[in-house]
Design a binder for this molecule. Structure first.
Ligand SMILES: [Zn+2]
Length: 358
């Protein structure tokens, strides 16, 4: 079995001065925690905020890439980059955790000619087309509906991604964008991190119809562990707690991560969030189970969103407890073959399929 997390925001935290070689307090991901959690591979997303224009967005993505490369290079005994299922398995056989790369938000691709090819050469293997707002490529599920799906440039970009073998990720996309990608893409697509709208009404979650569409074309949906995606009850708890307002102190920490008082203020809010009643591992597996029923066994994986979320499902506070998800699947009597596909096999196969479709 190969355990793969299809989405986390580790590069953003590296950029905020977290040393991944250490076991850090108030960190959801670092290399020691990945090791303890039995994680064999993880997609580190170069996440670029929706507020950035193409040129600064590209610069920012490249800065995240440089910092990720620096920290991976500094830890040759624990991690190594990978770009394919074959490389992941080779690293695994040598006892190394594979770091794969994704780009979250396609805006940097418009910052300079040839950026898509450049990032592919640098090892990036998926692009999440947008983030929290509509961008020049497409509409976001939390945007205004600027284009009614993919823009003309977005359609061009999807064709280009198909041509070079870059996986199209529709997490954060509007329903119309997902439908456009399904119609247009020659290769199967992914939804790397989110949950099922049939079980929770968050706009980031995916309808059964779209889950079915992605699976029918050979794609994979990755289930997240973020409480607001998992449970409407948690959304109400969070609203009533007043902590969303308090959580704005994260901005000070992001602006100046070296400032100890800014870090302390943010960590205090994280502790308060963690004290809220939260959905647990069972709820995560409920979403996985629902996705399996709708999509079929070969089309579901896990994309936690660790390091991009301020609160996690209970019991899954860090990547070190990742395997609790598989324990819950075994408790429900699922076969090892099924668990192995969800744990990582399905996303690894998708990576190969996108290469074959070039
Ligand atoms: Zn995201």
């Amino acid at each position: 079995m190969t355990v793969l997390d299809a989405h986390c925001d580790a590069p953003s935290q590296m950029y905020r001065l977290r040393d991944f070689s250490r076991d850090n307090d108030h960190a959801q991901v670092d290399f020691p925690k990945m090791k303890r959690g039995g994680v064999d591979a993880s997609f580190f997303a170069l996440y670029v905020p929706a507020s950035k224009e193409p040129v600064p967005a590209r610069e920012y993505a490249l800065a995240l890439l440089a910092e990720t490369r620096r920290q991976v290079a500094a830890n040759p005994g624990s991690v190594r980059f990978a770009v394919s299922a074959e490389e992941v398995k080779k690293n695994q056989s040598e006892g190394l955790i594979s770091i794969l790369l994704g780009l979250e938000n396609g805006t940097p691709l418009l910052g300079a000619e040839g950026t898509l090819e450049y990032l592919y050469e640098a090892g990036v293997r998926y692009v999440t087309l947008t983030h929290s707002a509509d961008n020049l490529l497409c509409d976001s599920c939390t945007g205004k509906g600027t284009w009614g799906g993919l823009s003309a440039r977005g359609r061009e970009m999807v064709r280009e991604m198909n041509r070079i073998g870059m996986l199209v990720d529709v997490a954060h996309c509007s329903d119309d964008t997902v439908r456009d990608c399904l119609r247009l893409s020659r290769a199967p697509i992914a939804y790397t991190h989110g949950c099922c709208r049939a079980l929770a009404s968050h706009r980031r979650d995916l309808s059964d119809d779209l889950i079915r569409g992605i699976a029918r074309e050979g794609g994979v949906v990755g289930m997240s562990i973020y409480p607001p995606f998992l449970s409407d009850a948690f959304v109400r708890t969070l609203e009533a707690s007043g902590l969303e307002e308090k959580a704005k102190v994260e901005d000070d920490f992001i602006r100046n991560p070296a400032d100890e008082s800014a870090a302390r203020a943010w960590f205090e809010v994280l502790d308060e969030l963690a004290a809220l009643p939260r959905p647990g591992v069972e709820k995560v597996v409920d979403h996985i189970e629902h996705a399996l029923v709708v999509a079929g066994e070969e089309h579901v994986g896990i994309g936690t969103d660790f390091d991009g979320i301020e609160v996690t499902a209970e019991g899954l506070e860090t990547i070190a407890s990742f395997r609790l998800i598989f324990s819950e699947m075994r408790r429900r009597g699922w076969s090892e073959e099924l668990i192995s596909g969800v744990a990582g096999g399905n996303f690894l196969r998708l990576l190969d399929l996108v290469q074959e479709a070039r």
